[in-house]
Write a new protein. Structure first.
Length: 395
């Protein structure tokens, strides 16, 4: 009997030791990943000329408007950076411009020439796209509201006219420190959990980060818990998430197949003070929402713009056509958040063999304070045959 108990005790101790070793190994790997992310960001801001007051978040080259049904080359060419121009685009550096913060204050910024912006958004080799390049026929300097590490900010952009379509393509007209960007790092794998947004408290030291994780309270299945950690440098903060799933028997559950919207609190060792918040998987800056540089109340026109952008970003590999929006009405989500309620409708091309156009209607709640989009209902309408020659895939 004693021998049996001793064997069980030994097996249990060995099992606990293995678990603790694996946890410690993951902790070390995460810290090495965070260190690499911070090193890449530091190198990028040094190359750009110093610590920036903000950085653009997400894709720098963006489209204004929807691609026409007959212009099925637009999206794949845009994503591939396939651009040409017969113009001698201006290479002269424009006078300094300004960025405008939501509170109305401004800050001077160095600007890049139209030629410099064109070369930034143009890929040297887009042969794998197997698409016709977009032909730029004009350029003008303007401003656009853009997501940054300091929230939604009006920044100078170059707006390019494209031959054969009403869609315009924009790229930041920024030079110097404000032009800092870091290419996405190779994907280390799903063991590194990314965040997509951070909210900073009034004390400038308390973050609430948003991410996709396992089910939380009230969502059924195995409950996942997350511990957070901030790895900081003088120029940025990387937020690490340590995942702790529940256990069934002696084995951990499989990784959640569906990502649930989760949030977690993070305490910083020192005030954020304008530093970028970086996600640890690809090393990219994320959008920041803060009391002192929040976008403030979102008006109806801005809510419509956000809703349309959400439609495009939600279907990156599907042809989306004819985006329509209803008149925004004030409402509230189930948890009481004041929102603009907008009914969106659009057509999606279903890949072969179906080769149909599927009409989708969705009810969007756009948060009046943060511009966050929640899709609360989805209706599918009539299916019709896809027009002859319509490509299904990226558009």
């Amino acid at each position: 009997m004693r021998g049996c108990l001793a064997t069980i005790g030994f097996v249990f101790a060995a099992f606990v030791g293995i678990v603790l070793f694996a946890s410690g190994f993951t902790w070390v790997r995460l810290h090495l990943q965070a260190g690499a992310v911070l090193d890449r960001w530091t190198a990028a801001i040094e190359a750009a000329g110093g610590q920036p007051s903000f950085a653009v978040v997400g894709e720098r080259t963006r489209q204004l408007g929807d691609w026409e049904l007959t212009f099925d080359n637009g999206k794949p060419a845009l994503m591939a950076g396939a651009f040409v121009t017969p113009l001698n685009l201006p290479a002269d550096t424009p006078p300094d411009g300004t960025v405008r913060w939501p509170d109305g204050s401004t800050e001077p910024v160095r600007l890049a020439s139209a030629l410099s912006a064109f070369n930034e958004m143009r890929s040297v080799d887009y042969s794998r796209c197997q698409c016709e390049p977009l032909r730029v026929t004009a350029a003008r300097l303007t401003t656009r509201a853009t997501e940054t590490t300091r929230g939604l900010v009006d920044i100078p952009v170059w707006e390019f006219t494209v031959e054969g379509t009403a869609v315009r393509v924009t790229h930041p007209a920024l030079a110097g420190a404000s032009a800092v960007s870091v290419p996405s790092a190779p994907d280390p794998g799903s063991w590194v959990i990314s965040i997509d947004q951070a909210t900073i408290g009034a004390d400038d030291r308390h973050l609430v980060v948003r991410f996709g994780g396992g089910p939380g309270p009230g969502e059924g299945g195995c409950l996942y818990e997350y511990a957070t950690e901030a790895v900081e440098s003088r120029s940025a903060v990387v937020v690490l998430l340590h995942e702790h799933p529940c256990w069934w028997g002696n084995l951990p559950p499989p990784r959640a197949a569906v990502a649930y919207g989760r949030t977690a609190d993070v305490r910083l060792a020192s005030p954020l003070n304008g530093r970028a918040v970086l996600e640890p998987r690809f090393g990219q800056p994320v959008r920041l929402i803060a009391p002192d540089y929040s976008m403030g109340p979102v008006d109806a026109d801005r809510a419509l713009t956000v809703a349309r952008e959400h439609v495009s970003s939600s279907h990156p590999s599907t042809t989306v056509l004819n985006v329509r929006a209803g008149t925004p009405a004030r409402g509230a989500t189930r948890d009481g958040r004041a929102s603009w309620v907008i009914e969106m409708a659009y057509d999606m091309v279903v890949p072969p063999p179906a080769a149909q156009v599927l009409t989708s209607r969705e009810l969007y709640y756009v948060d009046i304070e943060t511009a966050e989009v929640r899709v609360v209902q989805v209706f599918f309408g009539e299916r019709t045959p896809a027009p002859s020659g319509t490509e299904t895939g990226q558009h």
